[in-house]
Structure formats: C-alpha cells, structure tokens
Design a protein around this ligand. Structure first.
Ligand SMILES: [Zn+2]
Length: 434
C-alpha cells in the first residue's frame, strides 16, 4: 500500500537511518569524518509529528530505553531497509537570476569563446520584476528538492544596484516562506561582478558601501555577505573593504577564494574569520593552515571545475587531513555550473577529490549546515529537530555518489512541509550488481 505522508505526522519504519548524531554531537568542529560519525541505525523507526522528529530508534538495539512513541495514530511507511538521511544542504548557489547562458555553452562546446557572459544575466535579471523572479526561483528550488536538497543558500549579485539587490534578497525571503520548497539562506553577494555602468572596481566598491549594502542590510534578511575575490576581478583589498563593511552591518562572511588562480582569497577569508571559503582550487599549504587556524569551513564546488574543464581541483584531501572541515556545494549558476544535483557533486567528490562515502555525506549534510550556521536545525536526524529528511532508493549508503546522472532520491520532507516524490514505501533495492 503506497500512501503519501502529507500531514506532517507519520512514521518511517525498517529504515537504514544515517542519523549523523555522532558528528553533530562533536563540538570540536574536527574535519575528519569516519563511518562511525554517520550514526547508522539498521531497522530504524523515525517518528515525525507536525514536522518535528519526535523519536528515532532501532528495533535491533535491545538496550534501547522504552517506551517509544506510540505509532497507532500515524501513517506508517515501511521503507524496507532503504536509506533515510538528513535532507541535503546546498551551501553555495546562485539560483536566483534571469538569462541563462546556453549560447555561451554552445560556444564552449565548439571550442569557441563565450560572448554573453555575466553582463547578459545582469541585464536580464534587472529587467524582471520581483514576482517573475520568485517564479523562476520557485521552479529551480523545486528541482533541487526533487534531488534531495532541503536547505539551499542563494547568493544575490545579478542586479548590482540598490533596488535590484533588494529585489533579489526580498525574493529569497518570499521563497523561504513557500511551503513546497527547501529552506533558503540568503547571501548578499554584492561584490560579484563589475556592472556595465562602472569601469573601476574601486568605484563600484564605493557604490556598494555608500548605497547598495545599506539598502540590503536594512532588510535584515541576508545572513551572509560574499565577494568574488579573484585575480582580474575583485582584489583582496577591494573584497576586504566590502566584507568588513557588511560585517559591521551585521552579516556573517563567505568568500569565493582561489578558484581560478592563487589570489590571496583563502588568506583573506582566514584573516576576516569568514564562516566559509569557497572553491579553493588553488589553495596551497599555507592557505590550508590559515583556514584551519581561523576555523573557516571549506565549501568545495567540483561541478564547476568539471563544467569549466579545469585541470586544477580543490585539495580536498589536504584540507581534511589538515583539519579543515569540508562541505560540498553545487555552485548552481547560469555561466559556470548549471547543475542543481548534490548527488552529481557527490560523485565528483568521490571520484575526483578522493573523498570517502562518509566524508561526502557529511559534506552535503552536517558540515554544509554548519557552514550556513544552520546546524541547530539541519544536518541531523534527532528528536526535537525539524524533519528535513531524504529517503534514497537504495539500502547501501555508499551508493550515494556511486551513481551519477541518476536521481536516487525517492522522497523528501522539509520539516512540517510534507513530502514529495512518488510516495512510500520503496522497493528497497538490495543488490547493485547486474
Ligand atoms: Zn559562486
């Protein structure tokens, strides 16, 4: 019998639950993640009432304290050993824009040079009103959710005027309110690109500090600020001026750092005690040490490197081995990464960054949630937390990142917002070999 859990109150039984509780309980922020940190419970029951997790236990744990929650008034879904894990957290996206760049992709694919660039996306984004932008964001966030994402960070930065950035940040707040979508964490990425009416990066930083940032800060929606610190774009000094002003106005900091060249971004992120430093393809040993000492989380975006055919990839192993927590994100954006599947990113992390299954799963749940300062509500299956859950069509969690081009997510729930997908229970495939 297949029934949907639409009420926000239900129980999932016979699950292979990745609770992530051991990792969540570690206050030291240690980067090293092992299988033991996943908190795997076989034969698990997860009880959800009004969107909040009430109880989690394993029928195989004979020492478990009783009584547990009474299930008699709940819809009960037998998932036949399928993996149930925390909803995925995408810690770096640019999901709110108009103006895709398929023409640029065509040029790239034929060995040519893209012509539209970010200026085209800025022009198109400026031309749309708030309801139209919200509708575009809604469609994309729904696709993300179908691929397992229950919390998504979104960066502004495709309008680059005071009114335009306010429009984008307000649209993010509206999307966060929508019951059928992932939670949205808003980031003001004012120093994203040089708008066409400016010829000087310094002059645009002045404009940001004088007009744009105050207008955005007044909304009190954006939790973070971000800058594109890269050789040939915003310099270390320009990024510092912008970010310090944002911090003074109450925002926490993230930074695009050392993606295309070693540009001093990681060092700046460490100096400013940024919550996250993102990309880091060119980060060196000194940069890694600085990030570790600052307690900054690395958010790696291997799908972007894939799209751009970059030879240099982020030093994930060196970061983890040095003690820098590593999160993974899609970097979903129209110009360099039109991908909203964290499963695809997980595959690239496994295959190209040599991350283990446990490290990869932590990187798209618990550690990603930490990087958004959302770890109190996301990234863990435990009583009292919102039921942000994903059910995979597999019984073996190591298949997360093994398959690519395949959506293993059968069902997601975002807190009290109900479920999506084809319903439960699942087939609970037990064998992967043919
Ligand atoms: Zn980005």
């Amino acid at each position: 019998m297949v029934r949907r859990a639409a009420s926000g109150s239900y129980a999932i039984v016979n699950a292979t639950a990745l609770t992530m509780s051991p990792l969540c309980a570690r206050a030291d922020g240690d980067a090293r993640v092992s299988q033991d940190d996943l908190g795997v419970l076989h034969g698990a029951t997860v009880v959800v009432r009004d969107g909040i997790i009430k109880d989690v236990w394993s029928k195989l744990d004979l020492g478990a304290p009783f009584p547990h929650e009474d299930l008699s008034d709940l819809e009960v879904h037998d998932v036949r050993d399928a993996v149930v894990m925390p909803g995925l957290v995408d810690a770096h996206t640019h999901a709110l824009f108009a103006g895709d760049r398929v023409e640029d992709f065509e040029a790239l694919a034929h060995g040519g040079t893209p012509k539209l660039g970010i200026a085209y996306t800025v022009e198109r984004t400026r031309s749309l009103d708030e309801p139209a932008l919200i509708e575009l964001g809604r469609q994309r966030l729904r696709s993300m959710r179908e691929h397992g994402t229950t919390t998504a960070e979104i960066k502004s930065g495709y309008a680059l005027t005071a009114d335009g950035e306010v429009k984008l940040i307000r649209a993010m707040a509206a999307l966060d309110e929508m019951s059928d979508l992932p939670h949205v964490v808003a980031t003001f990425c004012g120093a994203h690109a040089l708008p066409p009416e400016f010829t000087s990066y310094d002059a645009f930083i002045d404009e940001l500090i004088k007009h744009i940032t105050p207008a955005v800060a007044a909304l009190q929606i954006a939790r973070f600020a971000d800058a594109f610190c890269e050789r040939g774009f915003f310099s270390v000094e320009q990024s510092r001026r912008f970010l310090e002003d944002c911090k003074a106005r109450g925002m926490q900091l993230r930074l695009h750092a050392d993606e295309l060249a070693r540009s001093g971004g990681a060092q700046l992120a460490a100096r400013l005690r940024c919550t996250s430093a993102d990309h880091l393809n060119f980060a060196g040993v000194d940069d890694i040490r600085a990030l570790r000492d600052a307690g900054t989380i690395a958010v790696l975006c291997p799908a972007t490197a894939q799209y751009l055919s970059l030879e240099r990839l982020a030093p994930a192993r060196a970061l983890i081995d040095a003690g820098v927590p590593v999160a993974l994100a899609t970097d979903f954006n129209p110009g360099t990464c039109p991908c909203y599947s964290l499963q695809e990113v997980a595959h690239l992390a496994r295959r190209r960054l040599q991350m283990s299954a446990a490290e990869t799963i932590a990187a798209v749940t618990t550690i990603a949630a930490r990087s958004l300062e959302a770890n109190a509500v996301a990234g863990c299956i435990a009583p009292g937390r919102p039921a942000d859950l994903v059910v995979l069509e597999t019984t073996d969690y190591r298949e997360f990142g093994y398959y690519f081009g395949v959506n293993l997510v059968a069902w997601t729930a975002v807190g009290s917002k109900g479920g999506t997908g084809s319903g439960l229970p699942l087939t609970g495939r037990k064998e992967t070999s043919v």
